[in-house]
Design a protein around this ligand. Sequence first.
Ligand SMILES: *Cc1c(COP(=O)(O)O)cnc(C)c1O
Length: 489
Amino acid sequence: MKFIETRGNDGTRPYNATFSQAILSPIASFGGLYVPLKLPDLGQVFLEKHTGSSYKNMAMDMLCAFDIDIDKEVLYEALDLYDNFDDKNNPVPVVKVFDDLYVSELYHGPTRAFKDMALQPFGVVLSSIAQKQKQNYLILAATSGDTGPAALETFKNRANVQVACLYPEGGTSDVQRLQMVTEDAPNLKVIGIKGDFDDAQNALKKLLASESFKAKLKEEKISLSAANSVNFGRIIFQIIYHIHSYLELVRMGEIRMGEKVYLNVPSGNFGNALGAYYAMKMGLPVEKIIISSNENNVLTHLINEGKYDLRHLSVVSTTSPAMDILKSSNIERILFDMFGSKRTKELMDELEEKHVYTLSEDELERLRSVFSADFCNGEEGKAYIKKAFEKGYLMDPHTATCFKAYESCALKKIKTIAYSTAEWTKFSPVIANALSGEVDAHDIDALKSISSLARVKIPEMITALFDKEAVQNTIIDKEKIEEEILSFV
Ligand SMILES: *Cc1c(COP(=O)(O)O)cnc(C)c1O
């Protein structure tokens, strides 16, 4: 499988990249992204073949259909990491909540958020390429809370890889911060910065583009890469669980093979939704992909009105912080798939220069033939958390955004699979507030009160965090980041 570029080729990069090339340097010509030249067509034959398969066997077969330049042994090793999820036999359980609504739980991995679904196997793949090339890589990650822990967890003690993870000091939950600052491995560096997530992300982008920084790393024989969700090495693992969730409904006897469903995705950077789109294109019977947002609702406007307009917007802090994003990177891959590289470059250039682009009526119609969208504010989200709890289902505030769009967008009488992207333990103060009105300053108090109210155990890896020693205590001004990273490597 070859990879091409969403904004066309600038003549300095290879016309067709391999999978390894695309994941080692994920930014393509003109600041575009890599996409597969042609998606494999799996069709119903594949689904029928795998109605009785394990997650890993189905996943392996799908990865093979992509024909990527990664050895099979490495892929087996990568997929084996799903054995460490709560249920080795089913890493992604699907639960009926009410009516036609089912929730696919993507958070049963080591850091209790859906980032593990892709980052766990991605760590093995990236480290294996680095070893094969006898190269050392520095992976940069900027996090608002979930990517950081998942990236540290997957790369810890892996050969030929070091990680520097930037987080906004005071901008994450207690659990998220503890997940990072208690990670103790010689190849990991966690840096708290005095600033917000945008400062962390901007610092990361600057370093990725800095020739002098790369030259200094080169003196130490180190190359630079990033673990954010524009990396196709993450996207490929995010196609699998959409197929799995559909097959689960077939296995549960809730749908017939071939019956269409809605997929309802709480979205930020659009990696999860892009995986759903690719699964649909590869033959999964999907009626529509429903995009759920919070108050940072640029995607709702894009899909309903055809306009991506950042001119008068700044990110607002919400109760679902992992979706607090305005520049949703993976939309670009949808634009490319629907409208081609020339138009994609035009639209992305407009966004950069004028902070707005508008689709034509035909283009909007095309987009709306696949996607529907709605957004849910914090108060509505809390009401859905309470309502679901009364029906016996405990969920986090990101998952809750799907419940609004389920009511407004899932118009046909067919089943909906909504995705749960985080366990309740990661955002406990919001949930405790939704369930009983209490206002907890600290996660530990909210964890305990939900645990007794809902009669659920706090998972051991979460309670253990509060007893672990914080070993990563660096907190610096954003001007000092480069210096700090260079002294670490
Ligand atoms: C990252 C994340 C999202 C958003 O996923 P995208 O793939 O970036 O759209 C939603 N919920 C949680 C809990 C997350 O960590």
